[in-house]
Design a protein around this ligand. Structure first.
Ligand SMILES: [Zn+2]
Ligand SMILES: [Zn+2]
Length: 321
């Protein structure tokens, strides 16, 4: 296989796209393809400040790299989740990346900020670890974006991630979660816009970029991920992809372009302000504050917290206008 651009030996062959490229031209193509996805969906304004959620894994570090190359003011946010060695190494990999490139990195330490990390949350919240973790990440990412005045946050979700979520939602159908899935979630009061510039890249394509760029990332997977349903869905989809190159992208794009628009009833779910923190929620108190209230109740029963301890959310700063 040779590079389609220069005819040199190809480093990455993409059957799904009928494209093979050498190192240099793959790096170019990947950056340009990200740029195309951003423009096509109007994810970002040129040169805009964007908050990038960085875990220290291959996808988010590659995203931070590409967004910086494309001229965005990309500030990283790392959330230290307190999952033992894995979290410690994640922070280290992220800090090393930021230091070497002179990029600004914000860090929120879950345990420091709220008293408990993901492992304790799993035992005290009544939620499984990944559910408590996902909720914490989504909330804190948005909170930091709002506090620091970012219009938009970007995450490193790739095609495999998005296709697996869609597949999971179809296996366990819920109309409202289906219609919420997409590469761009618009901003609302108290809610930063969310964009996924890598949503059309397969995991393998992102990894190829990360490796060819020489980005040092944390190889280790979260210990809680073992046996996760999402891995099963990815495996099933990759089984199909192997025999039918391009299947994953057709699956996701087909949904986004043909099915999703028909699911949107046009009725906006009314968002209220959480009574505790002021951030958007559909109920009276948001899921994040409810989780911490439950955690504090249980922690007191187990004498892990003094009786007088009370969960105090950081109240959302007042919005102008
Ligand atoms: Zn080439
Ligand atoms: Zn709240």
């Amino acid at each position: 296989m040779v590079c389609k651009v220069c005819g040199a030996k190809a480093q990455v062959e993409m059957k799904s796209r009928g494209l093979a490229l050498c190192r240099e031209h793959y790096l170019d193509w990947f950056v340009k393809e990200t740029d195309r996805a951003i423009r096509r969906h109007r994810m970002l304004l040129p040169g805009e400040r964007v908050l990038v959620a960085v875990s220290g894994g291959k996808d988010s570090l590659a995203l931070w790299d590409v967004l910086s190359r494309l001229g965005y003011q990309a500030v990283g946010l790392h959330i230290e989740l307190g999952i033992g060695e894995y979290s410690r190494k994640s922070l280290e990999a992220t800090q090393a990346f930021a230091r070497e490139r002179g990029l600004e990195l914000l860090v929120v330490d879950l345990k420091e900020a709220y008293g408990f990390g993901v492992p304790e949350l799993a035992g005290l919240s009544g939620r499984v670890a990944c559910s408590a973790c996902g909720l914490s990440k989504r909330y804190i990412l948005n909170q930091v974006a709002v506090e620091e005045g970012f219009r938009v946050v970007a995450t490193g979700h790739n095609l495999d991630d998005e296709a697996a979520v869609l597949f999971g939602n179809l296996l366990n159908p819920q109309e409202e979660t289906l219609s919420r899935q997409g590469p761009v979630l618009p901003e609302k009061p108290g809610l930063a816009a969310r964009v996924k510039p890598f949503y059309r890249f397969s995991e393998r394509e992102v990894l190829s970029y990360t490796l060819l760029r020489g980005i040092r990332y944390l190889h280790e997977e979260c210990p809680n991920a073992k046996g996760a349903k999402s891995l099963l869905y990815k495996e099933a989809l990759n089984l199909v992809e192997k025999e039918m190159p391009g299947a994953k992208l057709r699956f996701l794009e087909g949904f986004l372009e043909k099915i999703k628009p028909r699911l949107d009833t046009g009725e906006e779910v009314a968002l209220r302000e959480c009574e505790r923190c002021g951030y958007p929620t559909t109920g009276a108190v948001c899921a994040f504050c409810r989780m911490w209230d439950a955690v504090y109740r249980r922690a007191k029963k187990r004498k892990l917290l003094p009786e007088e301890a009370r969960f105090r959310p950081r109240v959302e700063p007042l919005r102008a206008g």
